[in-house]
Design a protein around this ligand. Sequence first.
Ligand SMILES: Cc1ncc(COP(=O)(O)O)c(C=O)c1O
Length: 378
Amino acid sequence: MVSMHDWLTAAERDRRAAGLVRRTDDRRHPGPSTLDLASNDYLSLSSDPRLRAAAARAVERYGAGAGASRVVTGTTPCHTELEHALSELTGQPAALVFSSGYTANIGVVTALGSPDTLLITDAHIHASLIDGARLSRSPVAICAHSDLDALARLLRDRTQERAIVVVESIYSVLGDAPDLRRTADLCAKHDAFLVVDEAHGIGVAGNGRGAVHAAGLAAAPHVAVTATLSKSLGSQGGAVLGSPLLREHLVNTARTFIFDTGLAPAAAASAAEACRIVTAEPDRVAEVHRLAAAIAEAAGVPVAPGAVQSIPADSPEQAVAAANRLSEQDILVGCFRPPSVPDGVSRLRLVARAGVDRSRAVHAAHLAAEWSRAASTV
Ligand SMILES: Cc1ncc(COP(=O)(O)O)c(C=O)c1O
């Protein structure tokens, strides 16, 4: 027998030996002079005075917490307003707000899945969707990344009556995007339901209204969207968007909705304010795309469709060394290594964000590209 203490000690030693120790170091929180190309606050709204004011008003009025599940007493007017604002932004008929994007994803996948429903998940989907798939009790088929021929085969050859296809509109590590129109058409042809995680799409793709809206799929009855409020919308929380019938089903069956305390009113109110800003100030979104193109050009990589620009490194060590070297210059970038990279290639992840200094960001992209190559002197 092994005690929990010994097991934890051995696990910690193995992580350290593999160079895979994660930290929650508040010194990595960006200071006023930091060039932050690591966070997902794409539109720089999290510190916007209008979001702060909306949050403060909500705290004054409704208190710091929702106090109970949304289906008990935890739904405030802030939640209802946010659901309307999200519907308006994305063009979706209905929205249901969860306490995070993680719980929204688990909620929708588990509420729609069943042992007689095939769940076809793209090979690069987020951990929250993988966890949802595991909990759903559905048989799962992992489809090669954005491979529409493979998807067509899986849909055609299935033995289950129902099928759900799960993709992201912009993938979080590589920053690439699937052909949503063709994916949705394939789903329609094979009577399948499509769930699109727009965590990195809303606020960035399609003038900020998301890639599903841009593909003309906002009101398609066989498509649902999941979202986080913690990236472009600068707040915290998550949502599922789709038909009123889907919303009603989730309110009654999604365990991460029913058995979870409602989102804090301040987070709901600030996210609703962010939805209005995204529509009213389209230049914020355009600025992200202009900066994304400049970063990609400076780094010598093809420009990715969202804010995330991905720079491959020659090795995991090289990626870590380059990120550390940038950090010494007060520049924060993401650093991804196996096992956190879906294609096994270590990389730096530079995020184009509205409001950051363009010339510093371009300089950082040059350095990132140079320092992530083995020939550079680290
Ligand atoms: C693609 C994707 N889906 C879902 C989530 C989870 O969202 P949240 O942080 O709101 O839980 C994230 C990231 O955090 C993500 O990148």
